[in-house]
Design a protein around this ligand. Sequence first.
Ligand code: ADP
Ligand code: ZN
Length: 215
Amino acid sequence: MRAVLLGCPGAGKGTQSKILSARLGVTHIASGDLFRSEIDKKSPLGLKVQDYVKKGMLVPDSVVIELISSKLDACKEGWILDGFPRTHDQAEALDKWLEQNGQKIDAVVFIKMGEDEVVKRLTSRWTCGGCGAVYNLLTKPPQAEGKCDACAAALIQRSDDSEATVRRRLMVFNDLTAPLISYYKHAHDYFEVEGSQPMDAVTATLEGILAAKKA
Ligand code: ADP
Ligand code: ZN
């Protein structure tokens, strides 16, 4: 199974790809998660990308492509890509990798979502510093305030989830990533899912699409 999830920030790519990769037994490759973990470790890569991530700007293509290519090389059996590709050059780099490895994408799914709803969703999002579980004060609050239901670690807010930065991430998405929809619409098995539905409904739809592709 090789799938690409597209969608604006906050559309639910991360949440959905975590659930689906576990259910379908494929690796979840999330560029944003990889960058955040390098930033936490204060590694050379983390130091290089931290300003971009914090400001909601894209990390330069060459840096992203190098990182993701190494992940793709390490898991040739399959993956769900979440947050990559995000530019035309990244999409071309992925196509080149696929060609070199004699592989193809089984499905590209665009999770659609309106901007105002996304801003509301992201500015009320909290993540567990321990296990990475995601909460939302409006739709999925933790049982105890500020604490993870699963592991009791403290919940933290992403540094790029302030309203101004969310608006910038949406602008970047519209300018650079939205054009990939037409890139993929023609060349691949392409699907659209409405992201404002309840989370379980989105999961069920996505699982239906991907399971059919896997079979
Ligand atoms: P979201 O989709 O909610 O904006 P991500 O976790 O996917 O969040 O990405 C967070 C940040 O990481 C981005 O704003 C950007 O700075 C960086 N990033 C992630 N993926 C890429 C990518 N493919 N190209 C460039 N920058 C990226
Ligand atoms: Zn936790």
